[in-house]
Design a protein around this ligand. Structure first.
Ligand code: CO
Length: 130
């Protein structure tokens, strides 16, 4: 397993993109809108893992709610796994609470599913596979 990406909630991509471009000496930035999650994403490759800046595209986006409650900052940790369905089943059998019983579509064409922070020490964990 490895960290696929860290999701960072921001009210607006513009200024923060410039900050991370500078910090990371980045030239190539992948941007994408993910309608299923009501976010616009800017992602930076960092040694094979990514930093993903997440901007809400509507007031009822989960990211908008997060920003309201906690302000900008790290929103979730995404782990790359071989088979999301198999991992969900394994964790559910072990008593973990799942946000998603069935994987959904994420950025970069990944299959993703979230584990409930109540089962992970307060961290929103995303599992993803190709
Ligand atoms: Co993510």
């Amino acid at each position: 397993m490895r960290i696929e990406h860290l999701g960072i909630a921001v009210p607006s991509l513009g200024e923060v993109i410039e900050k991370f471009k500078f910090i990371l000496h980045a030239e190539h930035i992948h941007t994408e809108e993910v309608p299923e999650q009501k976010v616009r994403i800017a992602s930076f490759d960092v040694g094979g893992s990514a930093l993903e800046l997440l901007e809400p595209t509507s007031d009822d986006s989960p990211i908008a709610k997060f920003l309201e409650k906690k302000g900008p900052g790290i929103h979730h940790v995404a782990l790359a796994v071989d088979d999301v369905e198999a991992e969900l089943e394994r964790l559910k059998d072990a008593g973990y609470r799942l946000v998603d019983e069935v994987p959904r579509a994420g950025a970069h064409g990944l299959k993703i599913a979230f584990l409930h922070p109540g089962s992970t020490g307060g961290v929103l964990v995303e599992l993803c596979s190709r």
